[in-house]
Design a protein around this ligand. Structure first.
Ligand code: ADP
Length: 487
């Protein structure tokens, strides 16, 4: 452990089940390491299927009591949790930088962003209204009530170790569900610290459980097959999402899937070029390019291609890559060696087929084994693997197009449909392109679109369901129809 926390109790090595801190039945542990320097942080308990089953049972036992609370009482518990997360922003940020690598300022930003979902759904808890529907018969009345779906499982990734959890736990708890969370085995410390703060906030035993373990298949196997679990909310890769969907089919669970993306970032000749460059910097390089809404393909119209590339190169050269705790660092390491190898192979495939690295293009071995230089590739075409693969690294490939139709066709030429971005000043084109992009979210003259007030989610193989906003809580409630007759 290389940092000091003002609340040392936030560093946990055991899992949190039924309000207690639990070791693995086997006694096994595994090491968490710092991606910036490979240093050992701590060994955490390595739980498996049996402990996961117990967590599901604990969540089930807690369900009735949690549902019996008034919406205002659940809301108050969420508010306390939100406040504790904000009060401990510095410590949570440090833990995140330590295990995930993102720059400390960015990590603290994620803590605030993560808390915003708890804050938002603390309000939404009190607005779960039903309906009284005009009747279809004189002696009947037609009503709906909204009820919690029950025990929820959440499986989350390492790129946003806090926000991907709060985006699910916030609405689940607000609706009256209880939850079992399996965070990524790469970043369990942030998840466990969140559980400790939920405990301090007085969220009752069993309502929120965190199961940490390296064997995702075993833990996921229980979460997707146990009939007590009524809903799975997953954020991660499309192949794993498909597998989990098929597993959930056996017990017909409800699912929300936030899967991979292949975001186009289109710059038309009529764009405000400086704004487009700033948008590209924000969208492409946040979290070292490791977000599912990161610009993945920059499609630049031929009239501004060279000027855009030149301006972008100037800005990319200003990045400081390094350890997230170092002052002024804006790009951290990639999560693991496999991620570095994947980015390397996409770049070398593109270069072999004729792309040019205007900036960067290789690993920054002087910094450590997991750093990849912020890179701009020009002369990239759709015959290169980088056109169809999610890069998940700090590499911006610039494709050229001539017409709006061509740009939209290229943008939609993917099985994914999460986020898309475009820059134009022409109001007719803005409407046309917004409507023609087959994506769940579109940034128009804007590179950062995520917020707790807006619905986040994708179409096609990017998934189903929406998180955040007034729609997010719908994923955790059933609409029950009541018909009163013989009146
Ligand atoms: P990423 O590339 O973001 O790591 P993954 O889909 O591999 O995406 O991982 C997202 C989450 O899914 C992590 O918590 C991971 O441990 C979990 N996961 C991976 N494989 C499985 C599986 N077979 N069953 C259940 N969970 C899994």
């Amino acid at each position: 452990m290389q940092v000091t926390l003002s609340q040392p109790n936030l560093l946990k090595s055991q899992s949190y089940i039924d309000g207690k801190w639990i070791s693995a039945d086997s006694g096994n542990t595994y090491a968490i390491t710092n991606p910036s320097n490979g240093e050992h942080i701590i060994d955490v308990a390595d739980l498996g299927a049996d402990e996961t089953t117990r967590a599901v049972e604990a969540a089930n036992k807690a369900l009735k009591g949690w549902q019996a609370l008034t919406a205002k009482e659940r809301s108050a518990a969420l508010r306390r949790w939100n406040q504790l997360i904000l009060d401990n922003q510095e410590d949570l940020g440090k833990l995140m930088t330590l295990e995930q690598g993102k720059p400390l300022a960015e990590a603290k930003g994620e803590v605030a962003y993560g808390a915003s979902f708890i804050d938002w759904f603390a309000d939404e808890a009190r607005r779960l209204n039903g309906d009284v529907i005009p009747t279809f018969a004189k002696d009947k009345r037609v009503l709906t009530i909204k009820q919690a779906v029950g025990v929820v499982a959440a499986i989350t990734p390492w790129n946003f170790p806090i926000a991907m959890i709060t985006r699910k736990a916030g609405p689940a708890l607000a609706a009256g569900c209880t939850i079992v969370i399996k965070p990524s085995d790469e970043t369990p410390l942030s998840a466990l610290a969140l559980a400790e703060l939920a405990h301090q906030a007085g969220i009752p035993a069993g309502v929120l459980n965190v199961v940490v373990g390296k064997n995702a298949k075993d833990i996921g196997g229980v979460l997707t097959s146990n009939p007590i679990v009524r809903k799975l909310s997953f954020t991660g890769s499309t192949p794993v999402g498909k597998l989990l969907l098929s597993q959930c089919a056996q017990t017909v669970k409800r699912t929300s899937m936030e899967l991979g993306g292949n975001a186009p970032f289109i710059v038309f000749n009529d764009a405000d070029l400086d704004a487009a460059v700033e948008g590209a910097i924000a969208s492409k390089f946040r979290n070292a390019g490791q977000t599912c809404v990161c610009a993945n393909r920059l499609l630049i119209q031929e009239g501004v291609y060279d000027a855009f590339a030149e301006k972008l190169a100037k800005r990319v050269a200003e990045f400081k890559t390094g350890d997230g705790f170092e002052n002024g660092v804006t790009i951290g390491p990639l999560i693991n060696n496999a991620a570095v190898e994947k980015v390397e192979s996409l770049v070398s495939d593109a270069v072999e087929k004729g792309a040019k690295a205007l900036v960067g293009g290789e690993k920054l071995t002087s910094k450590g084994s997991q750093f990849f230089a912020p890179t701009i590739l020009t002369d990239v075409t759709d015959t290169m693997s980088i056109f169809s693969s999610e890069i998940f690294g700090p590499v911006a490939p610039l494709f050229k197009f001539s017409t709006e139709e061509e740009a939209v066709a290229m943008a939609n030429d993917t099985p994914f449909g999460l986020a898309a971005y475009f820059y134009s000043q022409d109001i007719s084109r803005i409407w046309r392109v917004s409507e023609n992009l087959e994506y769940g979210m579109v940034g128009i003259n804007e590179g950062i679109i995520s917020s707790e007030v807006a619905p986040f989610g994708g179409v096609k193989e990017s998934g189903s369901g929406r998180e955040g906003s007034i729609y997010g809580i719908d994923e955790y409630v059933e609409v029950k129809y009541l018909c009163m007759g013989n009146l």
